[in-house]
Design a protein around this ligand. Structure first.
Ligand SMILES: *[C@@H]1O[C@H](CO)[C@@H](O)[C@H](O)[C@H]1NC(C)=O
Ligand SMILES: *[C@@H]1O[C@H](CO)[C@@H](O)[C@H](O)[C@H]1NC(C)=O
Ligand SMILES: *[C@@H]1O[C@H](CO)[C@@H](O)[C@H](O)[C@H]1NC(C)=O
Ligand SMILES: *[C@@H]1O[C@H](CO)[C@@H](O)[C@H](O)[C@H]1NC(C)=O
Ligand SMILES: *[C@@H]1O[C@H](CO)[C@@H](O)[C@H](O)[C@H]1NC(C)=O
Ligand SMILES: *[C@@H]1O[C@H](CO)[C@@H](O)[C@H](O)[C@H]1NC(C)=O
Ligand SMILES: *[C@@H]1O[C@H](CO)[C@@H](O)[C@H](O)[C@H]1NC(C)=O
Length: 803
């Protein structure tokens, strides 16, 4: 008996030790080029959450350096102003959320409850984090531990025996944008009610602004304490925000124990409200659970009853960890020789399942039985390889997201490109929901997706000009949804410089229309040819005479009368490539590569395979970008190449060698070089903002040795960075076993490949080759082998305009 008992124990120990979540370091991506600060970092969220959880609970820092935003709440330096339940991960621009908060206080001496600078606390050591768990220790001795379920944040406070014990609930807390400008958030209004026995408080807060200019959204909360407060006092304070600096040092007005309100709801300048809870001095361990809802207080409280009916903190951590282990085991790596790569890999995989936010059953704007997701942040970032990752390994989530996008179209007329706070916002180029839907469609996703509606939603993007929302950062056309520059596209087949970003938007609209063509082929065959032809629109802008760095032929600005801007230099950005130039967040050199649907025409335009190869090589030449590169370099990656590892337009470029005969080995070399140079397992291990997991998904693909061609059922073959892994693909989790014999530090070139036991000599796979599992058997070596002798990857959008 005792023997088998021991055996079970030791198996459990091994299972616990071998948990893949142990490789996750939530601090990867939280710092940038200046160690100990968040400057130019990945802005990843290190707090506690479950996959796609509505609650992402973590600390909110007052910035030690006011030029650094705390986009995910956390910063390595600065003081903790509160712990809040809502965050995004890896974003740039103005922060969003950081709402529904608590702050433990050890004294009220000198504290002004409406001025965080009077109570924010320095930490005595670096915060600790593991999957589903977070701990922060203040210099004043208070320790706060955090964990979460989908809709409930769980806080565990340990106070020093001798201190006072207070919890401050400031409903008007949110993540500020130091320095203000048009992407700042603001508190609009709020209310709070406290139960007579001091054990529960409920209420709501209304907030607006942020990166995507969110109109007012309301979030409800229901907070409970493990020990009732011995006393509480609600308070109000004058409306304050960045634009009202004279009120910044306002004093609170304390009210009664039971309730406070900022004024009539949806009045934008309501009074600040909150409540201060005081606990008996004998209470050293205090716990609190806070449920949130976008629908009602009842929902917020019910989430606690249903998801967290107990006060068992370790059990909650364990259950969060189990839900993450289920994600990690989708790709089980049995080669544990390189721990650094394992930490990079599993942290990246973790980051790819934090966003968007699953709001199913919590749709604030309409009643629906469809799944609801928010915080598409943004599809411009994620369509290139993150959505395709979900489609392959988290297929149920992909289906849910596509259904949610279509449901947004049903009720709000347009699918989003960016969305947060229940509202569309921040289009950066094309209508990339088209690409997300096409990618799912060509890979055969069904699962209750209404593809008739899906195609109608895409067609809305392609045919209906959205109203201009007069974004002060980009006032020429809508940044809220759809394709703002559609009038030029419909009239000329390309965008003139009458619109900003005329080059990058033309390139993106081209791929968007290719996406329509692929869905139309089956759903509306009569439309197929029309959209295929429109997808060649980028060819109008191709200037076959434009020279740069020894190469000829680039996308370049074009007026309706055929005149070009002869000063245009595709190797630099005038100023910053943001909303004011010809291209967004990348150079003309980079955008000249982004027509994955018709590589055949592109290679011909560039002068054939040899010139294309030389040109690709130039993308990775140190110093080629020179000093006037503008956006390149601003991500903290510090590169001097034309290729920018930190922004999405360049994502696929290193692998385009696969489109040249027997040049796959160069894609593998680039993949290795970029990963080794720009990614690591430290806090500054990402070469830019994670962008909701986009950079992380790029890294996951490198390490598994494949790269998806979004909008096509195609994967370019690279070379795995592990000797063996098993990937569970599709809804049924069928097992794909991948082996890489001969892998070594300098041995990574493909010598041969077998797919499902058969010799393979194409540099790509179709989705059908993978979707039922099977095997990929790589043999790797230290020299290129020219194994990729057969058919090049397809160009299903091949169409040459008669110009
Ligand atoms: C703290 O208060 C200052 C001054 O009112 C304000 O500028 C800042 O945004 C606040 N920080 C946080 C994290 O709320
Ligand atoms: C803030 O950080 C940035 C980046 O490290 C630095 O350039 C700037 O000088 C810092 N500002 C202050 C006031 O420390
Ligand atoms: C507490 O104050 C609020 C706001 O002034 C008021 O509406 C409410 O009736 C008061 N409650 C009690 C029990 O006095
Ligand atoms: C798809 O939605 C349309 C309404 O737009 C409806 O007429 C049709 O029956 C739906 N198709 C399926 C398969 O549910
Ligand atoms: C351009 O060509 C010249 C002459 O062949 C060569 O010296 C130079 O290195 C090339 N520049 C680039 C960026 O390839
Ligand atoms: C073409 O149109 C642009 C923009 O309206 C104008 O600046 C340019 O002078 C025109 N060129 C010719 C040759 O008419
Ligand atoms: C391309 O380069 C190869 C050698 O790398 C050469 O054999 C071939 O002739 C070249 N093709 C053209 C069209 O120049």
């Amino acid at each position: 008996m005792w023997r088998s008992h021991l055996l079970i124990l030791s198996i459990q120990a091994i299972v616990t030790l071998a948990r893949l979540i142990n490789y996750v370091d939530p601090f990867i991506g939280t710092e940038g080029e200046v160690p100990g600060t968040g400057f130019n970092g990945g802005n990843t969220f290190p707090g506690a959450a479950v996959p796609f959880g509505m609650v992402k609970i973590g600390p909110d820092l007052t910035s030690a350096n006011t030029s650094i935003n705390a986009n995910a709440g956390y910063l390595p330096d600065g003081d903790v102003a509160a712990f809040s339940l809502t965050h995004v991960s890896g974003t740039g621009g103005g922060p969003v959320y950081g709402v529904v908060a608590q702050m433990p206080l050890a004294t009220l001496h000198g504290v002004n409850v409406v001025d965080n600078l009077t109570y924010a606390q320095p930490r005595s050591q670096h915060d600790q984090a593991e999957v589903g768990y977070y701990r922060s220790t203040f210099k004043n001795g208070i320790e706060t531990e955090l964990t979460a379920t989908s809709h409930v944040g769980f806080l565990k406070y340990s106070f020093p025996r001798s201190s006072e014990k207070h919890i401050l609930v400031d409903v008007s807390h949110y993540l500020p944008l130091p320095g203000g400008y048009n992407q700042a958030q603001a508190y609009s209004n709020g209310d709070i009610q406290v139960s007579p026995d001091g054990s529960q408080y409920t209420g709501s807060g209304i907030y607006r602004g942020g990166f995507s200019h969110i109109p007012n959204y309301r979030i409800y909360f229901c907070g409970r304490f493990s020990t009732p407060a011995s006393s509480s006092r609600t308070f109000t304070g004058p409306y304050t925000d960045f634009f009202y600096p004279s009120d910044l040092h306002a004093e609170p007005t304390f009210g009664n124990e039971s309730s406070a309100s900022g004024g009539p709801p949806y009045y934008n300048y309501g009074k600040r409200v909150g409540s201060l809870f005081t606990f008996d001095s004998s209470v050293t361990a205090l716990q609190s659970k806070i449920g949130i809802s976008f629908v009602s207080i009842d929902n917020a409280c019910r989430h606690i009853d249903q998801e967290l009916p107990h006060w068992d903190f370790p059990k909650t951590v364990e259950s969060a960890q189990n839900s993450w282990e289920d994600i990690m085991t989708k790709i089980s790596i049995s080669d544990t020789s390189n721990k650094m790569r394992l930490r990079m890999f599993y942290t990246a995989l973790y980051h790819t399942h934090l966003m968007p936010t699953d709001r199913t059953g919590e749709n604030a704007n309409w009643e629906t039985s469809e799944p609801s997701y928010d915080d598409f942040y943004t599809l411009w970032d994620t369509f290139r390889c993150l959505n395709s990752l979900w489609t392959l390994i988290s297929t149920d989530r992909s289906i849910g997201m596509v259904r949610s996008l279509i449901d947004i179209w049903r009720h709000e007329q347009f699918m989003p490109d960016g969305r947060s706070g229940n509202a569309n916002g921040q289009v950066q180029g094309g209508s990339n929901s088209d690409n997300v839907l096409a990618d799912a469609f060509v890979k055969g996703l069904q699962g209750g997706i209404n593809w008739t509606d899906g195609y109608m939603a895409m067609k809305t993007n392609a045919e209906l000009t959205p109203w201009n929302n007069w974004d002060t950062g980009s006032p020429l056309s809508s940044t809220m949804e759809g394709r703002g520059a559609l009038p030029d596209w419909l009239k000329y087949g390309f965008l003139t410089p009458n619109y900003d970003l005329s080059i990058s938007k033309t390139i993106e609209y081209s791929l968007n229309d290719f996406s329509l063509s692929q869905v139309a082929k089956e759903i509306a065959p009569g439309d197929y040819h029309k959209y295929l032809k429109r997808s060649a629109g980028w060819q109008h802008q191709w200037d076959p005479k434009l020279k740069s760095l020894n190469f000829t032929g680039f996308v370049a600005p074009l007026w309706a009368n055929g005149t070009r801007d002869h000063d245009y230099n595709p190797a630099i950005c005038p100023g910053f490539c943001e909303t004011n130039g010809y291209t967004y967040e990348a150079l003309g050199w980079e955008y000249s590569w982004t027509v994955p649907h018709d590589m055949q025409t592109l290679v011909a335009f560039m002068g054939g395979p040899n010139t294309t190869e030389a040109r690709l090589d130039t993308m990775f030449l140190p110093g080629a970008a020179g000093s006037g590169v503008g956006e390149a370099g601003s991500n903290g990656a510090g590169q001097s190449t034309l290729f920018n590892p930190g922004n999405e337009p360049s994502f696929a470029t290193p692998f385009l060698y696969n489109y040249l005969p027997q040049r796959q080995h160069k894609s593998v070399l680039r993949s290795r070089q970029i990963v080794d140079q720009y990614y690591n397992d430290g806090p500054s291990g990402l070469p830019g903002n994670s962008d909701g997991g986009a950079l992380d998904s790029w890294l996951v693909w490198q390490m598994v040795g494949l790269y998806p061609v979004a909008t096509q059922p195609v994967y370019l073959i690279l070379a795995p960075m592990f000797e063996r892994y098993e990937m569970r693909v599709g809804l049924e989790g069928k097992v794909l076993t991948v082996t890489a014999k001969g892998l070594g530090e300098d041995s990574f070139y493909v010598q041969s490949l077998k797919v499902n036991g058969k010799k393979w000599d194409k540099s790509w796979l179709s989705h059908d080759d993978l979707k039922d599992g099977g095997s990929l058997e790589f043999v790797l070596g230290s020299e290129p082998a020219g194994w990729d002798t057969e058919e090049l990857p397809p160009s299903p959008g091949h169409f040459v305009l008669d110009l």
